[in-house]
Write a protein of this length. Sequence first.
Length: 94
Amino acid sequence: MCIRDSLWLELATASNTNMARLRDGISLSNNASILAGGDGYELFIAMEEDVAEGLLQRGHMFYAWPSLPMAYRLVTSFTTTTGEIDEFIEDLDS
């Protein structure tokens, strides 16, 4: 795959912008706390297992982080939409 000119930078910037929106929304939530990350396209958060299970049942995708209890890894990309981010935040707080 050949990345033309500064396409790689545009895609990375979009991923990081998406993560900033997600991080900011999670930081306002009472149902999760930020453990690390969020300055790139990865974020590690802590939340109760039942909260995580509810989000997974609603179709959100993220991964349990096995080395920390109640820790989860969230990743954004240039294809992540603001609608997906906003829906995750809304579902997190419901």
